[in-house]
Design a protein around this ligand. Sequence first.
Ligand code: NAD
Ligand code: MG
Length: 383
Amino acid sequence: MKRLSILGSTGSIGTQALDVIANSQEDYEVEALAAGSRVEQLAEQIRRFRPKLASVHSKEDAERLRLLTDSSVKIVWGPEGLKEAAAGTEADLVITAVVGSMGLGPTLAAIEAGKDIGLANKETLVSAGHLVTEAAAKRGVRLLPIDSEHSAIFQCLNGEKTEAVRRLIITASGGSFRDRTREQLRGVTVKEALNHPNWSMGAKITIDSATMVNKGLEVIEAHWLFGMDYDRISVLLHAESVIHSMVEFRDNSVMAQLGNPDMRVPIQYALTYPERRPTPTEPLDLTKIGLLHFREMDYERFPLLKLAYDCGRAGGTLPAVFNAANETAVARFLNGEIPFLAIEEIIARTVEGQSREANPGLDELLEADAAARRRAAEIRPEG
Ligand code: NAD
Ligand code: MG
């Protein structure tokens, strides 16, 4: 029996995690569920999974939730509530499936409390990779990847020695606009950008896939999860999203992990590792797929991937600045405030001229994050 807490239970990853749990409910106990403002959906999850604690974004949401649930569940709210859901229960493992660097505080709290992390919330590792990995090592807790690429690499590395690895090869579908030129990106709509060819995901990560920022965040995520230099992490365009990522070894052998694009497989692997169990998903039928395609990554077409590498290599506060600028720019795009290509301009201008504070502590990081958000919110795009 594994005891779980899920942060972001009403989102794309959160609901798929609950689907995995429902498929094998006798193996799990849900200790806590945390969500933003989707109170009715959360109330339904509470009835079904009977957590002891539930957390929502605001006091008003908490009051609404109270009316919809019986008194046996404790209801908390706000950043403190989210932290309590992360660290204040009997959970063995916390699934971090909130969006953005707001996941940092609760993730660190969960680690401090000795809980393993099922890590979907990549922004946390991008912003504060050195703090999170250091805290996890110190406390002896595991960071189990849920992101499909990292789960694939994690599986390919099973039983291998680090020194035998030559490089990690992260695959990228290319996102909603992969077949468009930069010229053709002018005037694209939010609706078009939200239409991902292979995966159904939350809005923010779907936009990140279209700008290739998601792959940039994943490169930095891989750097921290697997302790690999940036020179040994490469990205390969692979339209079908069937090979979820690969590892090349020094004998030129390449290991790959394949499957249908269905997040329930990596989610469950994080929960049952090192065991494998049946999942409620379709088996892969390669005869139906027929062809797999690969293309070299074009860093001029996707300049934000190059910028992510640069920020990752520079280290210090720069990955946090890159991430915060992106979160702000994507929110502005989704609000209809700026055109798609302005996301690039805003991130580039926010990162520009930022000094690289080496080895920042938590306060410095949070400050850099907040300052980057202010800058990114004020920039009036020219392009
Ligand atoms: P989503 O937008 O679908 O869900 C976000 C969840 O966070 C929701 O449950 C929402 O209610 C909750 N939330 C929002 N504000 C909150 C608050 N203040 N307190 C507590 N909860 C709050 O997002 P998603 O697509 O599921 O992505 C979650 C994370 O997983 C992201 O970091 C993303 O990059 C990563 N990820 C997602 C996928 C995917 O397939 N969706 C794949 C790989 C990685
Ligand atoms: Mg991914």
